[in-house]
Design a protein around this ligand. Structure first.
Ligand code: BDP
Length: 678
């Protein structure tokens, strides 16, 4: 098993079509995909019962025959589906072809995770409307923060070379409900909007369309100047507005169901409306006006932070966007990273969630493991995504979860979205680590239904990807569920963050203090000094706590009521500060670093135990990656502990072995060829 088939390893699992025959009514491309999918899944493995598996769009006859009440079918949305057993027959029905496809994938999932289908009765609609992968892939196939080889999009050979990988990519995404893609980097390239490249984009759009996937593009705000020599890209300039209107018309001519634009503006050197003294709303609305006649939307990113010594970084997105609430057009959605800084192993939820009642917010999660060990560390992110979704903002009292902001229910928004920064690449197994596939899978499943638990999703993924043997499933769950926490512990425990080495972000660099901007330096975030460690974000510090609802303001104001895992995010505390368990902060910090490394050893042991139940090639790949992770977890631990010890001047708590190696050696390590650099 080389991993190419992801969670679609049908033939190795002992399962049969649950009925004797299959009937797919219809002849569109999507119907053919459904037929093909069942053929792949079951080949000649036909069920015992005499019934039929019927895949057909809803009709009054079907409703009567399968006893579907009108109030049930009325709940079906455009992408939703119903699965219903009646006697020996099974029905997959929906209002649209895509609904049928999603229903088919759901039935296949149930079969392959070995759920009984005797009393099958399912109705599902996605809870979030636009569920996108954001690829940070460049036109030359380099992938920013990509750790699985070069980009899967071969722009040079498109549009004529329609690589099989594109179809397999679309299948995998459709099987977990992803319905949109942005194939290129938010650090955009204006060339993408030239006629030559738009032909290539059209070819891709045509391939993914029958799988229910819409094409979106990252755009460069300065495109009018770069591509056609306009004097300005000022969003209030009529020539610029006209340019974007023409561009939108050209795109929709080629791709009638084009989804819209994704924009990184005035952030980390990207051009934007701020270059002309205009607001993010003015910039977004100019693009939204151009897309509006065709039903397109603008995903406008809130990941902005200026080089402002007077304002701590985590405050900036909120201060920039909250005053603009109500100023965006109704086809703009503001895309917010889950935390206020930047995809760290753990962050509190971004205070923007819930703070803009008039503006729909999409959540951006990072599937690729830029800050969680690249693709050599096993870190199941289902738990991180779940934590980000379930965080209760308390903006409208208890029960105001981030997920309710994102699914539109908290403030009644129709336009809803979620984006995951993809971890795909040309490696045979797509993601560079077999377990990194589970993060792609978990993103899709949670985007479809955020009430699913990370544990349930892990269980589904294991059974489809690795093994259905019950004891082995249990062991692998015990590897996956705490795995992200281990990374937090050996990299950034107790609320520490942004301690990685410069540029490539590979390995520890808590000592780094010499970068061009203060807020790029790890020392800016940990603030360790003779007295203690942590960033004081309370009223006596940067006052970031004031951006949260009163409930959280109170909790975060006091170290005793701040969740322990966020302690040093919000507080600068003395090294000898006493924690609830009686330990000093220093001792606890160090023991967390050790605990994380022990976690990796635990994963290694459990992996050895499941060997008999895992394909040999899969087994070996993961075994080797775990040995790299073990080494690197120790590197993170020893480098961090040694560095902080030079400041705390306190001993390693008794019972723990001394860190191996010297701080000087750790500090001198260089990685000019680390993958995925920006
Ligand atoms: C940072 C990445 C950088 C991205 C940026 C973004 O290091 O490569 O361009 O996020 O999201 O985390 O725009």
């Amino acid at each position: 098993e080389d991993g190419y088939r992801l969670w679609q390893r049908y033939d190795v699992i002992d399962a049969a079509l649950p009925t004797a025959t299959l009937k797919v009514v219809g002849r569109t491309e999507t119907h053919n995909i459904i037929r093909d999918e069942f053929r792949r899944a079951f080949a000649n493995r036909v069920g015992q019962s005499s019934g039929t598996l019927l895949v057909q769009k809803i009709t009054p006859e079907l409703q009567a025959r399968f006893n579907l009440q009108a109030d049930i079918t009325a709940q079906l949305g455009d992408e939703g589906f119903i699965l219903k057993r009646h006697g020996n027959d099974i029905l997959i029905t929906a209002k649209t072809d895509i609904g049928l496809l999603y229903g088919s994938y759901h039935l296949l999932r149930l079969v392959f995770i070995q759920q009984p289908l005797d009393s099958l009765s399912v109705l599902q609609n996605p809870k979030i409307q636009r569920r996108l992968l954001n690829h940070w892939d460049d036109l030359d196939r380099h992938t920013e923060r990509g750790y699985a080889g070069e980009s899967i999009f071969d722009w040079h050979r498109l549009p004529l070379d329609k690589d099989q990988r594109y179809y397999d990519y679309a299948r995998a995404n459709a099987s977990i409900g992803i319905n949109g893609m942005v194939p290129i980097n938010v650090n955009a390239n204006a060339l993408m909007l030239t006629p030559m490249y738009l032909q290539k984009v059209k070819a891709l759009a045509d391939i993914v369309r029958p799988y229910g996937i819409k094409m979106y593009l990252s755009i460069k705000f300065s495109s009018p100047q770069q591509l056609d020599g306009l004097d300005t890209s000022d969003p209030l300039d009529p020539q610029v507005q006209k340019w974007w209107k023409h561009k939108a018309a050209e795109i929709y001519q080629l791709i009638p169901d084009f989804g819209g634009f994704l924009v990184k503006a005035n952030s980390e050197g990207q051009p934007g409306p701020g270059d002309y003294g205009r607001t993010h709303a003015e910039g977004a609305n100019m693009l939204a006006t151009a897309l509006k006649p065709y039903g397109g939307v603008v995903f406008w990113r809130a990941f902005v932070y200026a080089n402002d010594p007077a304002k701590e970084r985590s405050l900036q997105a909120y201060d920039e966007f909250v005053p603009l609430d109500g100023k965006f057009m109704d086809n703009v959605i503001v895309q917010v990273k889950n935390g206020p800084i930047d995809f760290q192993p753990r962050e509190p939820f971004s205070p923007l969630f819930g703070a803009t009642p008039e503006t729909p917010l999409a959540m951006e999660l990072q599937i690729t493991q830029e800050y969680l060990g690249f693709s050599t560390h096993l870190a199941y992110l289902g738990t991180l995504f779940e934590e980000a979704m379930d965080a209760d903002t308390h903006v409208k009292g208890p029960g105001s979860a981030v997920a309710k902001v994102v699914d539109g229910s908290l403030y009644n928004h129709k336009l809803t979205g979620i984006a995951g920064v993809a971890n795909t690449g040309m490696q045979r197994n797509w993601t560079g680590h077999i377990f990194a596939q589970s993060n792609w899978y978990a993103f899709g499943r949670l985007a479809w239904d955020h009430t699913l638990s990370a544990k349930q999703i892990a269980n589904e993924w294991i059974k489809q990807t690795l093994t259905v043997q019950p004891e082995a499933v249990r062991q692998v769950e015990a590897i996956m569920m705490p795995s992200r926490e281990y990374v937090v512990e050996y990299m950034t425990p107790l609320g520490l963050h942004h301690l990685m080495d410069s540029g490539h972000h590979y390995g520890p660099g808590p000592w780094v203090d010499n970068l061009g901007r203060a807020d790029w330096n790890p020392v800016y975030y940990h603030r360790a000094d003779k007295q203690g460690i942590g960033l004081d974000r309370t009223a006596s510090g940067t006052d970031a706590v004031s951006q949260y609802a009163p409930y959280w303001q109170q909790k975060f104001a006091n170290p005793e009521t701040t969740p322990k895992e966020l302690l040093l995010w919000f507080h600068h505390l003395p090294w000898d500060y006493q924690l609830a368990n009686g330990e000093t902060l220093w001792n606890e910090l160090v023991s967390y670093y050790y605990r994380g490394v022990d976690g990796v050893s635990d994963m290694q042991q459990r992996w050895q135990q499941v060997k008999p139940y895992i394909d040999a090639n899969q087994f070996r790949q993961v075994e080797m990656a775990l040995s790299i992770q073990q080494q690197e977890a120790q590197w993170w631990r020893d480098a961090s502990v040694l560095y902080f010890q030079t400041i705390s001047e306190r001993p390693i708590p008794t019972g723990l072995p001394k860190p191996a190696g010297s701080l000087k050696e750790f500090q001198s390590r260089k990685f000019p060829y680390a993958p995925g650099q920006g």
